[in-house]
Design a protein around this ligand. Structure first.
Ligand code: ZN
Length: 171
């Protein structure tokens, strides 16, 4: 598989998958938050969907005319979005509280930051480095938005079926 740090075309191919995946997942998370009547978190997810879609469009413009390598999309799917034994989608949405949704978003934003940081450090192509560094900054902003929203959400009770946090021992 081609390394995103190797060439501009490879970088574009990877970054496009990441940004398109993020835009799609945020739309779905926003729909799930509508079902929970949490307008504030739904609005944040719609805004983030828009920002990631903007990234994708920017990458499409920049890479127009370049032959992009084929990348395995399964490496770029969001962690924790669906359980491995894929239960029906509606069920996942129904049970996903704002707290869980924000945790999933945070984990995946941090993954995006780490991806672009890794490329920026590894690459010897100045154009790839400059672009990857720009994306690091923007994805870090997204981490900040999600963290701010998480600080405002009350976590669900520890016996919640989909709780992603491991139980902590009492102090
Ligand atoms: Zn992002």
């Amino acid at each position: 598989m081609s390394d995103p740090a190797d060439s501009l075309a490879s970088f574009y191919a990877h970054a496009l998958l990441i940004e398109r995946e993020a835009a799609e997942r945020y739309e779905e998370l926003a729909d799930a938050m509508d079902e929970h009547h949490n307008a504030a978190v739904a609005k944040l997810f719609r805004r983030l969907a828009g920002l990631e879609a903007e990234h994708a469009r920017d990458l499409e413009r920049r890479s127009a005319g370049l032959a992009l390598p084929q990348i395995a999309p399964w490496d770029y799917r969001w962690d924790g979005f669906e359980p491995p034994e894929t239960s029906p989608h509606e069920d996942v949405h129904y049970r996903m509280t704002p707290h869980h949704a924000l945790k999933i978003a945070l984990a995946n934003e941090l993954r995006a930051v780490a991806f672009f940081q890794g490329v920026a450090v590894r690459t010897s192509d100045p154009e790839v480095r400059a672009l990857a560094s720009t994306f690091v900054g923007e994805e870090e902003e997204h981490v900040g938005y999600v963290n701010d929203a998480l600080a405002r959400e009350v976590p669900p009770p520890p016996d919640w079926a989909l709780d992603l946090d491991p139980p902590r021992p009492p102090d």
